[in-house]
Design a protein around this ligand. Structure first.
Ligand code: PLP
Length: 437
């Protein structure tokens, strides 16, 4: 094992990456996959099963990326695969209503506390983009409010002070977004209640919606301070502003009913993705019926999709949602993830490496920081980036696949066994000691 920042990767992986870069920008179809912030060659994945992924050279890793969140049951869950196989023989897409879509909508409405009516789409980006349009159409207002370091997909209005890949690349917003769009996206620091109250006192009546990751998972893992989401709820109600919880990441993961159930706050609209498709491309947005009735064809706000509600994706999603409703699913996952995090923390302490950890359900964060709790974007930026790189590569070399960026949350799954967790901690202990040497 090596904890050096010079990554170990084989010639074959390097050759594949070079081949990829000739025909795909950066060799990848989504920026963070390129290992830009940690250096080295990305692993090309050939297969996955349960808590493990196997790369193109046959090396197996314990996986804590889980396709960036969807694989809450673990990879290639036999019942999900069977549901997809059975659906595929009936045809791949019809462009007409199916009973499966009704079943999916009924499931979502029964699980997510604030959703009375829901529209399916094909990605989290589509879900947030459409929810924003709906909020603007419903309120007749143009301005929206988002928070620094929160990522809501790559649509124009939302790629302003975004987290995740945009942070990893050091590009807080992107060229190609007209200033006339960006000016309608107001931004505030996450967890700053005073700034929120001040902004609403000044111009709350012109803000169509707040969109927020109720637990921010695109600048690592930042929980809301006590009372912060409640303050948003109250200000939105007072000012006729819609509250949108972007639960693309937290939905079905931090608890069955998502962060809104975890914190007991009802947003007006919710966006979903990732877990809801069980690994297939799916997004959804839903909420109060009176607002959702503004969407075409009932209302004037246009939104559509050739592959929306795709039958294969619906089958994967329905089976996933059914399986994670098993009693005790989320409490077991939370406890298991807690054991992982406290093991990592103890191992770091032994080596004298400052580490701060946090988790909810199957989502977690670790920060190379001596703080007891990391609560803001500025604190995330102040963490030790060099330690992260060393840890990432040490773990990767020894067979643990973590997100290749210090700004991403980690994901555990029902398929991670106690043995996987213990093995991860044992490997981490050695990596921390190497780092301290
Ligand atoms: N919202 C959040 C909170 C996300 O984490 C993401 C993606 O990571 C998105 C929206 C965009 O989803 P997608 O990548 O499916 O477009």
């Amino acid at each position: 094992m090596s904890a050096s920042t010079t990554p170990a990767s084989s010639n074959a992986a390097q050759q594949l990456f070079e081949r990829a870069q000739k025909v795909i920008p950066g060799g990848v179809n989504s920026p963070v996959r390129a290992f830009g912030s940690v250096g080295g060659t990305p692993r090309f994945i050939a297969s996955a099963s349960g808590a493990h992924i196997t790369d193109s050279e046959g090396k197996r890793y314990i996986d804590y990326v889980g396709s960036w969140g969807p694989m809450l049951l673990g990879h290639a869950h036999p019942e999900v695969i069977e549901a997809v196989q059975l659906a595929a023989v009936n045809g791949l897409s019809f462009g007409a209503p199916t009973e499966l879509e009704v079943q999916m909508a009924e499931l979502i409405c029964s699980i997510v506390p604030s959703i009375e009516s829901v529209r399916m789409c094909s990605s989290g980006t589509e879900a947030t983009m459409s929810a924003i349009r709906l909020a603007r159409g419903f309120t007749g207002r143009d301005d929206i409010l988002k928070f620094e370091g929160c990522y809501h997909g790559h649509s124009d209005s939302l790629l302003v002070k975004a987290g995740s890949g945009a942070l990893t690349l050091g590009v807080p917003s992107s060229p190609g977004i007209p200033a006339d769009f960006a000016k309608h996206t107001l931004t505030l620091p996450f967890n700053d209640e005073e700034a929120l109250r001040k902004l609403f006192a000044e111009r709350g009546d012109s803000i169509a919606c707040i969109i927020v990751e109720p637990i921010a998972g695109n600048m690592n893992f930042i929980e809301p301070n006590a009372g912060y989401l409640q303050a948003m709820r109250e200000l939105c109600t007072q000012h006729g502003t819609l509250l949108i919880f972007d639960e693309v990441m937290t939905g079905f993961r931090v608890s069955l009913g998502g962060a809104q159930e975890h914190y007991g706050i009802k947003p007006d609209l919710t966006t979903l993705g990732k877990v809801i498709g069980g690994g297939m491309p799916v997004g959804a947005f839903g909420g109060r019926r009176d607002i959702m009735q503004q969407i075409a064809p009932v209302g004037p706000v246009y939104q559509a999709g050739t592959l929306s509600g795709n039958p294969i994706a619906m089958c994967a999603g329905i089976k996933t949602l059914q399986l994670l409703q098993k009693p005790g699913f989320h409490s077991e996952l939370h406890a298991k993830t807690g054991r992982l995090l406290s093991g990592l923390k103890a191992a770091a302490d032994e080596a004298g490496i400052p580490l701060c950890v946090a988790h909810a359900g199957g989502m977690f964060g670790f920060f190379f920081s001596s703080a007891d709790k990391v609560t803001s974007f500025d604190e995330v930026m102040a963490c030790n980036a060099e330690h992260f790189k060393q840890f990432f590569h040490g773990m990767l070399d020894a067979g643990v696949y973590l997100a290749p960026s210090a700004f991403e949350a980690g994901f555990s799954s029902a398929a991670h066994s106690e043995e996987d967790i213990q093995q991860t901690i044992d490997i981490a202990r050695k990596v921390f000691l190497d780092m301290a040497a």
